[in-house]
Design a protein around this ligand. Structure first.
Ligand SMILES: *[C@@H]1O[C@H](CO)[C@@H](O)[C@H](O)[C@H]1NC(C)=O
Ligand SMILES: *[C@@H]1O[C@H](CO)[C@@H](O)[C@H](O)[C@H]1NC(C)=O
Ligand SMILES: *[C@@H]1O[C@H](CO)[C@@H](O)[C@H](O)[C@H]1NC(C)=O
Ligand SMILES: *[C@@H]1O[C@H](CO)[C@@H](O)[C@H](O)[C@H]1NC(C)=O
Ligand SMILES: *[C@@H]1O[C@H](CO)[C@@H](O)[C@H](O)[C@H]1NC(C)=O
Ligand SMILES: *[C@@H]1O[C@H](CO)[C@@H](O)[C@H](O)[C@H]1NC(C)=O
Ligand SMILES: *[C@@H]1O[C@H](CO)[C@@H](O)[C@H](O)[C@H]1NC(C)=O
Ligand SMILES: *[C@@H]1O[C@H](CO)[C@@H](O)[C@H](O)[C@H]1NC(C)=O
Ligand SMILES: *[C@@H]1O[C@H](CO)[C@@H](O)[C@H](O)[C@H]1NC(C)=O
Ligand SMILES: *[C@@H]1O[C@H](CO)[C@@H](O)[C@H](O)[C@H]1NC(C)=O
Ligand SMILES: *[C@@H]1O[C@H](CO)[C@@H](O)[C@H](O)[C@H]1NC(C)=O
Length: 870
């Protein structure tokens, strides 16, 4: 009682402690590893393997099944247990029907016990009166040898069977003694397990409490990383809007620098082009004039030549520049404006905007310092509350009491060992004596058989049999005498053991195996008529709780925690204590105060924005790029000078050789020279101008819009940071907080799970029940059953043994008289006058049996009737 209360208190304490804390579950971020609850190793293996004698056990079980094949009478037993005697009386037929096998067997046993001494007495007296084979006379029969051999064999076989039976009984007896020696070890290991169970439980609960640190450390590490964890999430969310805006501004800053460069290129190349085209034009005009002079040569007027000359003359006007850059305005003003705008280093400002924005994690960290330290101290508070809980509970007292109780029980049990040993020794002796009775009979039988067989002399007539043979016969008769003396005692023992052992096996051991016994125990209102379920009624004064012996046993057999097995949640529902919200309420409140203020964050200041606007006002937008492109597209000269020179040369080749031809070729080469010296560089300058103008055109097309877009994007981003960020910050903070709470939840769930499955696993309780079952059923009842089975076998076979022994003794003992029988007279028909053989002598049918005596007169012929031994 004290132990039960102590154990219960211990469990309650465990639950309370766990109440202040929690399990393993998936959380949005990271799963905590709480390790394994240190578990006590239980050494008891409540399992019994009987070894070779198990074969005998099986044999006996089969026999019992034949005797009593009915299923376990649960209803009947329940009613008996409920002491509803009237109902039981009405159902006595059922009980009788159930027990019919036992009743029949026991009745046979009773008959045996009653009649065996009686018959023995009669037989003895009968023999004393020289009847019942008592007379020392043996009729001579033709097949005497055969009968003798037959009897010897039968008696031998019977004796062997009896030997087997007595061996069976002996080994059962020995087995019980041996197994009972093991009981002590089994009981001790059960006690050790119980102590482990009691002693380990505080350490397990302490482990649960300590593992709070795992959760706490994880929370602290996350709090320390609030910048990277929370800040970068806020940063990422805001970045979706902020970064593109800043990228746009940075792009514009780049465009400004490019614009300046392009304008410079335009300015320079325009100047170059203007000068170069002027000098080219001068050279071309001169060349034109010189060529014209040459064509005025008289040789040109000769027929055949004049057409060529006039052809050349008609192309003269082509020797002229095409693009005229002198009319194009220069871009100096715009260049100056742009340079002015560029004095403000916009890219630098944008870079600062980036870095300010990227400082968000740091900012979040700086602004949450107070909250983080607040939560940390709160964690410490919870931790110290948990620790103080475990210190407040008087666990040492309870433990001391439980341990004391266990030690007391153990020494109490140990006090009984000598008594058990003593009585077991008496039992063992008793069984040995019983076995010796059978052994004595067997000894007479075997010795008798041995002497009789060895002393057999073929030529000896019944009256001349040797001493040894006679002794054999006497021994057999002694065996018979002892059989009569002992058999009813043996049968009495067998019968009692059979009725007790068989019924215990059928009503206790078998139903335990298939748990039917638990079902009886768990019958509502059985043990206590006012309680539906006894166990919860006894433990918690609440018999409505669905806690049965079977559930308790099964849960403990599966080594679940005692919290689950005893359904302690009915007294102390840890779910209520392990409610996450209890522990996280304050944390949640604390996070309410998280207020990251980003309003100081400025992406681009007003000056930078003005700078952007000023860029559009530099005049680059209004430059007439098409005019430039139109000139550029005209090309440097009206005609390609190289092809002009080639053409001139080929014309000259048509002319007759002479001065004109040479002069024309000279002009061609000087035109080539002009091309190489002036046109090629001009073309390069034009290409540069082409590039720059096209770049400017691209940049400036829709420039005001682009700038406005960038500025409004920046404004929107800034607005988001200043005004809308709090929304995002709240969302992200909530997610962050849920991760923290997830750690608490994991811990609390883990504690709950561990309490149910791993703390104070109650296998020892199931082991105790199993141990009782093993000792009762496997050790005692099985041995007892095997004992009566073997002994019963002996006792039953004593009957044939007696009959055969008496018959056989006649063949061994020396007779006082013998048949003098005439071979001639009766041997002819080949029949002995032997009614016992059941064969009627066809010749003598009509002759009454007493005639035998007259026809074959003898000194003392035995009567034919009621012969026991012949
Ligand atoms: C300016 O001219 C230089 C040299 O001709 C050239 O490398 C550069 O790409 C030009 N810049 C622009 C923007 O056209
Ligand atoms: C280029 O244009 C200017 C101004 O219109 C003009 O004076 C000049 O003669 C032109 N040059 C040529 C080669 O046509
Ligand atoms: C955060 O605080 C530290 C030290 O107080 C300071 O050096 C750092 O500049 C601060 N960061 C921000 C983003 O305000
Ligand atoms: C710790 O325990 C004290 C009193 O025992 C209680 O007032 C306090 O709220 C508890 N703190 C936490 C975090 O549970
Ligand atoms: C332990 O046992 C003693 C006496 O047996 C009793 O006075 C005490 O209250 C018990 N302690 C607990 C915690 O049950
Ligand atoms: C224990 O508490 C939980 C949650 O509060 C509840 O679901 C459960 O039914 C309770 N158990 C008992 C036995 O009261
Ligand atoms: C946990 O406690 C809160 C209030 O403290 C309650 O609303 C909630 O139902 C409880 N949850 C469980 C599972 O008991
Ligand atoms: C943010 O800080 C600025 C000054 O740094 C203050 O004027 C403003 O009110 C703060 N905003 C919030 C929502 O606290
Ligand atoms: C923009 O132009 C205005 C006048 O046009 C001038 O006063 C101002 O300083 C310029 N701002 C910048 C940043 O260039
Ligand atoms: C000017 O540049 C464009 C594209 O870059 C090219 O298609 C065109 O031919 C160039 N014009 C001249 C005259 O080089
Ligand atoms: C900013 O806040 C307003 C109202 O508070 C809301 O309608 C809008 O969608 C928010 N913008 C962003 C980008 O969250």
């Amino acid at each position: 009682m004290m132990g039960k209360a102590g154990l219960l208190l211990l469990m309650l304490w465990g639950c309370t402690v766990c109440g202040s804390q929690t399990s393993m579950q998936r959380s949005p971020q990271g799963t905590l590893d709480f390790g394994f609850v240190p578990c006590g190793v239980y050494e008891t293996h409540a399992y019994f393997e009987p070894g070779p004698i198990g074969i005998l056990f099986h044999l006996v079980h089969s026999f019992l099944h034949v005797v009593q094949p009915n299923p376990f009478p649960q209803d009947l037993i329940t009613k008996v247990a409920q002491q509803k005697l009237r109902e039981v009386k009405q159902e006595y037929k059922k009980a009788i029907y159930y027990e019919i096998g036992f009743i029949v067997c026991a009745s046979l046993g009773v008959l045996f016990v009653l009649f065996m001494p009686l018959v023995g007495l009669c037989f003895c007296m009968c023999r004393c009166c020289d009847n019942c084979g008592g007379e020392m006379h043996q009729r001579q029969k033709k097949n005497a040898d055969c009968r003798r051999g037959c009897f010897v064999t039968l008696l031998f076989v019977t004796s062997l069977i009896i030997s087997a039976g007595v061996l069976c009984a002996y080994s059962a007896n020995q087995n019980l003694s041996t197994q009972l020696k093991g009981v002590r070890k089994l009981v001790n290991s059960n006690f050790r397990d119980l102590k482990t169970f009691v002693n380990d439980t505080p350490a397990q609960i302490e482990y649960l409490a300590i593992q709070y640190n795992t959760a706490k450390n994880k929370v602290i590490s996350d709090l320390d990383n609030i910048g990277p964890l929370l800040g970068s999430r806020i940063h990422a969310q805001l970045g979706k809007e902020v970064l593109p805006a800043l990228d746009g501004a940075l792009g514009l800053a780049g465009a400004m620098r490019e614009t300046k460069e392009a304008l410079e290129n335009v300015s320079v190349s325009l100047e170059v082009l203007q000068e170069a085209t002027d000098s080219l034009q001068v050279n071309l005009v001169n060349e034109q004039a010189r060529l014209s002079n040459t064509l005025n040569d008289p040789a040109c007027s000769s027929p055949g030549v004049s057409t060529t000359c006039s052809d050349i003359r008609s192309t003269l006007s082509q020797l002229s520049i095409s693009a005229n850059f002198s009319t194009l305005p220069n871009v100096d003003t715009e260049l100056a404006n742009v340079k002015n705008v560029l004095k403000t280093d916009l890219s630098n400002i944008v870079q600062k905007g980036y870095s300010t924005f990227n400082d968000t994690p740091d900012l979040v960290k700086n602004q949450t310092t107070n909250i983080v330290s607040g939560i940390k101290s709160m964690l410490d508070d919870i931790g110290s509350n948990i620790t103080s809980f475990s210190k407040q509970i008087p666990v040492q007292d309870i433990l001391a009491n439980v341990t004391l109780y266990l030690s007391q029980s153990q020494s109490y049990v140990e006090d009984y060992y000598p008594v058990i040993d003593k009585y077991d020794f008496y039992r063992w002796m008793g069984c040995i004596v019983v076995c010796c009775m059978v052994a004595l009979i067997l000894t007479f039988n075997f010795l008798g058989l041995l002497c009789g067989t060895c002393g057999y002399d073929k030529h000896a007539s019944p009256t001349t049999r040797g001493f040894i043979s006679n002794t054999g016969g006497n021994l057999l008769m002694a065996g018979v005498g002892f059989s009569f003396l002992f058999s009813w005692v043996l049968m009495l023992i067998v019968m009692i053991a059979f009725v007790v052992g068989g019924n215990v096996e059928k009503l206790v051991c078998e139903p335990f195996g298939n748990r039917a016994l638990f079902r009886v125990l768990d019958t509502p209102y059985l043990i206590n008529p006012y309680w539906k379920n006894f166990l919860p009624g006894f433990l918690y004064q609440n018999p409505e709780i669905d806690l049965t012996f079977e559930k308790l046993y099964s849960n403990c057999k599966e080594n679940k925690g005692i919290y689950t097995a005893l359904q302690l949640d009915n007294i102390l529902n840890i779910s209520n204590y392990l409610n996450t919200s209890i522990y996280t309420k304050d944390v949640v409140d604390m996070f309410e105060f998280v207020n990251v203020n980003l309003s100081d964050m400025v992406l681009l200041d007003a000056k930078a924005k003005q700078n952007l606007l000023n860029f559009t006002n530099t005049g680059i937008v209004s430059i007439n790029y098409d005019a430039y492109l139109a000139e550029i597209n005209k090309g440097v000269t009206k005609v390609d000078l190289l092809s002009f020179a080639n053409n001139l040369e080929s014309q000259a080749d048509k002319l007759p050789k002479g001065a004109l031809e040479n002069a024309l070729k000279g002009h061609a080469s000087s035109i080539r020279f002009i091309h190489g010296q002036q046109v090629v560089p001009l073309e390069q300058a034009m290409s540069t101008l082409n590039q720059s103008i096209r770049l400017l055109q691209r940049t400036t097309s829709d420039l005001p819009n682009k700038v406005n877009n960038v500025i409004s994007a920046i404004d929107a981003a800034q607005n988001l940071i200043t005004n809308n960020a709090s929304l995002i910050i709240t969302q992200e903070t909530k997610k962050y907080m849920e991760v923290m709470i997830g750690y608490f939840k994991q811990y609390l769930d883990w504690v709950k799970n561990s309490m149910m499955m791993e703390v104070a696993t109650c296998k020892p309780v199931a082991n105790i029940v199993d141990t009782v079952e093993i000792v009762t059923c496997s050790f005692v009842v099985d041995s007892l059953n095997t004992f009566w089975f073997g002994l019963g076998c002996c006792t039953v076979f004593l009957i044939p043994s007696i009959i055969i022994s008496v018959k056989l003794a006649k063949f061994f003992r020396r007779m006082d008289s013998e048949d003098v029988y005439d071979d001639m007279e009766i041997g002819n028909n080949g029949y002995h006058n032997e009614h016992l053989h059941g064969i009627q002598n066809p010749v003598m049918t009509s002759i009454p049996s007493y005639d035998t005596m007259t026809r074959f007169p003898r000194a003392s012929a035995p009567p034919r009737q009621a012969e026991w031994g012949d």
